[in-house]
Design a binder for this molecule. Sequence first.
Ligand code: THU
Length: 161
Amino acid sequence: MKKREISISFLEYTGIDELPESDRSLVEEAINAASGSYAPYSHFNVGAAIMLDDGTVVRGANVENAAFPSGSCAEKTALSYSVANHHDKKAVSIAIAALSEGVLTDQPVPPCGNCRQMLIEEEQRTGHPIKVILAGQSGVTVLDNCQSLMPLSFTRSNLVK
Ligand code: THU
């Protein structure tokens, strides 16, 4: 028997203004994307912006539904659009921002487990890490890749006998 440990590292910025310009502009895209949110139940408007390797920015927002599980998170909306419409391009980074009552949340909002699963598979599909930028008023968290958001995740290789 062996005891193993997994550690992750990430950067913490004091706010959006401290980010490098390219990350800051992607966060602004994510904030703007939240205006496309349909969230009559939670009133929690989430925006996501994905930067592709050719500079294209794909935006997504959360879309809720009266049958609650039928809704989609902002990250999943953006990623699905990106894969469906820019199939041969690689996502290099994703910024996520959430507005509550029209105001950017104080703390960064991390993606849910489902979205982490989707983002990790996209990294594996393209062979390219996707940098994650989680933006809040009082702090921004930046990770080099999505895999570190969910160690020991279920992957395609688990399906192969
Ligand atoms: N939501 C997202 O869009 N992304 C996240 O990372 C967390 C949660 C959405 C789902 C739902 O529409 C609302 O936020 C409240 O959970």
